[in-house]
Design a protein around this ligand. Structure first.
Ligand code: IDP
Ligand code: MG
Length: 139
């Protein structure tokens, strides 16, 4: 297994419901280490840039509006197989289809307001980490 880093976001609905700690606990319990983290609020331009891959999807505008609707907690998670492990702990995109005990099953509200984001591959993880963090902000 490879030591990896991945980008995680606690989305505005979950930050607003006081769930940052409960969500980070799930990552730490799964053996992921928090290598950096901060609370920020995205501008519309930043949200559109971050989700550019979804630009043609019908849910793009709603997703961008939602991601700007309040602060988000961005963090970098590190560990063996961190990218896949994070996705496993997050659960399926649609909370209604997410496995029991996953973050989205426990804390997600619907397919859009699904509590967390996680990078999906090594290439996207590198780009997404650099989007939010300077090297000196990671430990
Ligand atoms: P992922 O977050 O599980 O990787 P993606 O397909 O990359 O899922 O979609 C990015 C985000 O866009 C989702 O986490 C969710 O917030 C939102 N989203 C995805 N599919 C839909 C949809 O069908 N309706 C509304 N929002 C969606
Ligand atoms: Mg995705």
């Amino acid at each position: 297994m490879a030591m990896e880093r991945t980008l995680s976001i606690v989305k505005p609905d979950a930050v607003g419901r006081n769930l940052i700690g409960s969500i980070l606990r799930k990552f730490e319990t799964a053996g992921l280490r928090i290598a950096g983290g901060k609370l920020i609020r995205l501008t519309p331009e930043q949200a559109q840039a971050f989700y550019a891959v979804h630009k043609a999807r019908p849910f793009f505008q709603g997703l961008c509006d939602y991601m700007c609707s309040g602060p988000i907690f961005v963090s970098v998670l590190e560990g063996d197989n961190a990218i896949a492990k994070n996705r496993e702990v997050m659960g399926a995109t649609d909370p209604a289809k997410a496995a029991p005990g996953t973050i989205r099953q426990e804390f997600g509200q619907d397919i859009e307001k699904n509590a967390v984001h996680g990078s999906d591959a090594p290439e996207t993880a590198a780009v997404e980490i650099a989007f939010y963090f300077k090297p000196e902000e990671l430990f």
